[in-house]
Design a protein around this ligand. Structure first.
Ligand code: TEU
Length: 563
């Protein structure tokens, strides 16, 4: 099913389609609204199937489209086998799958099975202690005034809520509307496997497994270290039975030609390979590189955020490249700030820095994931009040910071929110410069970023030097050059504070990537690499000389050379 067969295809490589694929992540609510209700939908995605094919991506990852009351925009599923009304019908889903497959694009979906929605019938039956469902969730005795332990939710507040109907506490690592399934119960695991098989039989090509580092909890529910950024995390991340659960889950995929990527917010680089391979998943989202801009107290410390050193990024990425069997490559997603605002310069050098990050993403070893809007350089927006925020995580954390007296008001934490909120990634896709950026004919469910008149797909497609066309070129290059997929990664100039440079080598082929990750010029000189016969393959400036040595790289100049 590979569309872009290399001219000189090697036969001596352990090829996997998911290693050669470029993935495009869609947040359906914010992608394209076909029926004018202000909310993106499945038909809206189908309308853009040609757009995705033109960009050249091989896989679409769809964030949850299952039935959900939307306490966390679909990450709270109330029925694993039906489609959320706002997004359309099962027939719409089937039509989308067909439209993508006709264009040789595969479809994977989020599978959220650490927890369900409170509205899921399993929870409703469980809270009534119905036969067979009694033990589907983590229920613990206790008086209504005192939670069973000090664990905190990842979204702020306690990780326990008292349920009056059942007269017990239930565990929720995320929102109170997202009770954690009890994976110790084999019937829960069977029910999940059945849902997975149901979708595989419908023709889905794989899954992104949400928050799977949390499936196994400590045997009892002991108090966590009160000084931890998320209290209790040592008891609910990478629990003792996680390998067993993943092994069991992965058995459900056997016999299907799938791609499975697991999200593990809390996995160390050293842990990743324990969960991949035959008894596990194909690859894991590991997050250390996303943390270079936050302090030791984590992502939501209002006193420390936003500063980062290129040498730190090099160290983390190089460790991932060297130690992880097959990395999942990403610099943004629906939970992160916009990549050009996070790692680039979203004002003066927006085009240059966005194309630099694109060059980086698409020339590293691993499977690259592009998040919707990155291909046109969409930026962070601004939130002038807590009411302007939709994301339950941002709201919960800000409320905690105020309740704990860390800050007195939203104003004091606004800079952090404007830097970090998950909502930056969730503003509607900017298709053109008409009202609401062409996303919807009605009022959009969430405000469009004001800069849509300048940053939009229509103008990007019309400009051959745009960020969009740079993505297109790099994706095509990756598809035609095995060295970019399978070649070894070797870091150059590890201590240089402006250049991020590396080679990719496959037998006698070497590609050199030089990124001037700075708004200042710098002259490249790296005696260990012979560059006299180099050729420029792709550059984000149009007059880059063929030999990088001695060239004064301009702000965010990013070049791929063949040596
Ligand atoms: O996010 C999971 C998530 O928040 C973790 O990565 C967490 O930060 C980490 O484990 C703490 O160490 C996923 C989805 O991507 C997100 O959109 C959902 O809100 C969340 O799960 C709940 O389903």
């Amino acid at each position: 099913m590979t569309r872009h067969d290399s001219q000189t295809r090697r036969t001596d490589i352990d090829r996997q389609w998911w290693k050669e694929a470029v993935v495009y992540q869609i947040y359906p609510r914010s992608f394209n609204d076909s029926d004018g209700d202000g909310v993106g939908d499945l038909q809206g995605i189908t309308e853009k199937a040609d757009y995705l094919a033109d960009l050249g991506v091989d896989v679409v990852w769809l964030c949850p489209v299952y039935e959900s009351p939307n306490a966390d925009n679909g990450y709270d599923i109330s029925d694993y086998r039906s489609i959320m009304d706002e997004f359309g019908t099962m027939a719409d889903w089937e039509a989308l799958l067909d439209a993508l497959h006709e264009r040789d694009i595969r479809l994977i979906m989020d599978l959220v099975v650490n927890h369900t929605s409170k509205q899921h019938e399993w929870f409703q039956q469980s809270r009534r202690r119905e036969d067979g469902y009694d033990d589907y969730y983590h229920w613990v005795d206790g008086t209504p005034s005192e939670p069973p332990n000090n664990w905190e939710s990842i979204f702020g507040g306690p990780a326990w809520t008292y349920d009056d109907e059942r007269g017990q506490w239930y565990l929720h690592l995320f929102d109170p509307e997202q009770p954690d399934l009890n994976w110790r119960n084999p019937e829960v695991r069977d029910a999940v496997t059945e849902a997975v098989t149901w979708w595989l039989e419908k023709g889905i090509d794989g899954f992104r497994l949400d928050a799977i580092d949390h499936l196994s909890k400590s045997d009892a529910y002991p108090d966590g270290d009160p000084d931890s950024a998320i209290v209790g995390i040592e008891h609910f991340s990478h629990g003792p039975r996680l390998p067993e659960y993943l092994d069991e889950l992965s058995a459900a995929f056997e016999g299907y030609d799938t791609m499975i990527v697991g999200e593990m917010g809390g996995a160390d680089i050293e842990q990743v390979d324990d969960y991949t391979g035959e008894d596990g998943v194909d690859m894991i989202f590991q997050f250390d590189h996303m943390g270079v801009s936050v302090g030791p107290n984590g992502r939501w410390d209002p006193t420390q955020f936003g500063e980062w050193e290129l040498t730190d990024l090099k160290e983390v990425i190089s460790q991932q490249q060297d130690e992880i069997d097959w990395p999942a490559l990403f610099f943004g997603n629906h939970d992160q700030p916009r990549l050009v605002s996070h790692f680039g310069d979203d004002e003066t050098y927006r085009t240059e820095s966005a194309t630099l990050i694109a060059t980086f993403l698409l020339t590293l070893r691993g499977t690259p994931y592009i998040y919707q809007g990155e291909e046109i350089g969409m930026t962070n927006t601004e939130f002038d009040s807590l009411e302007a925020i939709d994301d339950p995580m941002t709201v919960g954390i800000v409320e905690d910071l105020i309740a704990d007296g860390v800050v007195d008001s939203y104003e004091e934490v606004r800079d952090l929110v404007d830097y970090q909120s998950r909502d930056h990634a969730r503003t509607p896709m900017q298709w053109d410069d008409t009202e609401n950026a062409g996303f919807t004919a009605d009022d959009p469910w969430f405000d469009v970023n004001d800069n849509y008149d300048e940053i939009n797909v229509e103008s990007a497609l019309a400009d051959t030097d745009s960020i969009w066309h740079h993505y297109e070129t790099l994706i095509e290059l990756r598809h035609s050059e095995d060295v970019l997929v399978y070649g070894d990664y070797d870091l150059l100039l590890p201590d240089h504070d402006q250049f991020y440079a590396y080679t990719r080598t496959l037998e006698n082929e070497t590609t050199l990537v030089v990124l001037n990750w700075s708004d200042e010029c710098s002259t490249f000189d790296c005696p260990s690499v012979p560059t006299a016969d180099a050729n420029v393959v792709v550059s984000n400036y149009d007059d880059t000389p063929s030999d990088p040595t001695g060239h004064a790289f301009r702000p965010y100049e990013a070049v791929v050379y063949q040596l």
